[in-house]
Design a protein. Structure first.
Length: 503
């Protein structure tokens, strides 16, 4: 249905950046028809459209360009007894504790309840204002996303993928494929030089020598790179994804984003995964702000607007999707976020916002999450109550006729809790139900950072797996206690909790 959203608007569009009192007109196809001052005359046909008086600030939906969705039911993971930072991503996945605490629980959850897990982690993203997220790994059948857009599988109705990725280091035979993807105008997302070991610079050299420093390259981490590498890389018009919490949690070091920006590399932000990162991108934005203003000693090198662009316009442009999402602009899809206004400057408002400030999230013009009143005003269907950060919210998970949009929030949580209680028994029940219906369940195959392929666990294996409690949707006392106790992190981000103590 056509909608008119009213409120302040922070467009991330240089042509008309902020409207203190504005209006966003969304047509019945989910596209933005007009972005106006409230005093302007609405476009023809919008006189009878549903009006949503947000009472807040309207932004583009957030785009998370670095995640691993299959793991986001898990809590923060601190390697037992580890005091010193790791120097490479090749180290921590080899620990026995990683296998028992991270890999096996994820294999069990994805083997028995992939659909429920995917809906849980999509919900976890959307409560933080995310409307598109990277890191879906492989699935047994096409799934472009219901609550949020899954970047690798999103085709915008064309059935043609435009984003490809590799978590693992490319071998010599892999470079031609990556290069061909980018030469064809596609984006290629690649984990690059994660850690601090000088040997990791070989990964950058290999990209350069194989002509893969191209505009379509979106490199995640690049923490081992220094000014010479960024200077070499800069002229190619590429992008990088910064995940400061995960970098600091594991390596006590993060990317030199100031050097990257200085040499012309587009910087985006990614939350990474739950075992070492923020719960969602809205949380990671505060880590970036803290590092920029205080903890990292960057001297506020990035303005508030530039930080906000790292989660909106920059990732859209990095993917080649700037003509579809990432700004509040006529002609783009209405992937929108509405936040409560708690500070006058709209960009500072986004940076300091928490889960409790999220009032409405639209994907393609469809309200998927928000306050009960705004969800009803936006015409959302199949509303279901959910509590996030102590606030009552509504979510729309189900839709008749849409493949895999067939679980309520209660069913999602119940399915995951059944696996936690008895992985082997839950697996037996799921297999029996599949045999009865004749339809194989949706299956998500996790992309293991250590490079180990996904395997099927036997009933005996499942019986030995211990799955921790489901990670909460909002940043909470348990999360901040884990930050304070993390020996590798060493108190670097103790100031983060202050963002969440505002009334």
């Amino acid at each position: 249905m056509a909608l008119v959203l009213e409120g302040a608007v922070a467009t991330m569009d240089a042509g008309r950046p902020v409207l203190p009192a504005g209006r966003v007109c969304v047509d019945d196809q989910g596209r933005i028809e007009a972005v106006q001052d409230a005093a302007e005359t609405p476009p023809a046909g919008f006189g009878t459209a549903a009006r949503v008086r947000t009472g807040g600030v309207i932004y583009p939906g957030l785009i998370d360009l670095h995640n691993h969705l299959a793991y986001n039911c898990l809590p923060l993971w601190a390697p037992p007894g580890r005091q010193d930072p790791f120097t490479s991503r090749e180290q921590w996945p080899r620990l026995d504790a990683y296998v028992t605490d991270v890999r096996l629980p994820t294999l069990a959850l994805t083997q028995v309840a992939s659909k429920a897990l995917l809906k849980y982690v999509e919900t976890k993203a959307v409560v933080g204002g995310v409307t598109a997220i990277q890191g879906s790994a492989k699935m047994s059948r096409p799934y472009e996303g219901w609550l949020v857009r899954n970047v690798e599988y999103e085709t915008f109705g064309t059935d043609k993928r435009s984003v490809f990725q590799s978590v693992r280091t490319l071998g010599q035979d892999d470079f031609p494929t990556a290069r061909d993807h980018m030469a064809g105008g596609n984006a290629f997302i690649y984990h690059l030089a994660e850690g601090t070991a000088p040997a990791l610079l070989r990964e950058f050299t290999a990209l350069r020598d194989n002509d893969c420093l191209q505009p379509g390259l979106v490199a995640i981490h690049a923490t081992a790179l220094g000014d010479p590498e960024y200077a070499d890389w800069g002229p190619h018009g590429s992008s990088m994804v910064w995940s400061p919490l995960s970098n600091l949690w594991l390596y006590r070091h993060t990317s030199d984003v100031v050097a990257a920006r200085r040499h012309g590399i587009r910087v985006c932000l990614g939350a990474d995964w739950a075992p070492s990162g923020s719960k969602h991108l809205l949380g990671e934005l505060k880590v970036a702000d803290l590092w920029n203003r205080a903890a990292g000693g960057l001297g506020a090198a990035f303005s508030d607007l530039e930080l906000c662009e790292m989660v909106t316009a920059n990732p859209a442009d990095a993917l080649g999707w700037g003509d579809r999402i990432g700004r509040v602009k006529p002609g783009l899809l209405a992937d929108l976020l509405v936040l409560r206004r708690h500070t006058p400057d709209p960009h500072r408002n986004l940076i300091e916002a928490t889960e409790r400030d999220v009032r409405l999230v639209l994907v393609g013009g469809r309200p998927v999450y928000g306050t009960p009143g705004l969800m009803r005003a936006g015409g959302a269907a199949e509303l279901e109550a959910i509590t996030v950060g102590g606030r009552r919210r509504s979510i729309s998970l189900r839709a008749a006729g849409v493949p895999d949009a067939d679980m309520t929030w209660r069913q999602v949580v119940a399915a995951l809790e059944a696996v936690r209680r008895d992985p082997a028994g839950a697996h037996q029940d799921v297999q029996a139900a599949a045999a009865l219906s004749g339809e194989e369940p949706l299956r998500l195959y996790p992309d293991d950072p250590g490079g180990a392929p996904p395997v099927l666990l036997t009933a005996g294996d499942l019986g030995e797996v211990r799955i921790p409690p489901l990670d909460s949707l909002a940043h909470d006392d348990q999360f901040f206690a884990a930050l304070r106790a993390a020996p590798i992190l060493g108190g670097l981000l103790d100031g983060l909790e202050g963002y969440y103590q505002r009334a």
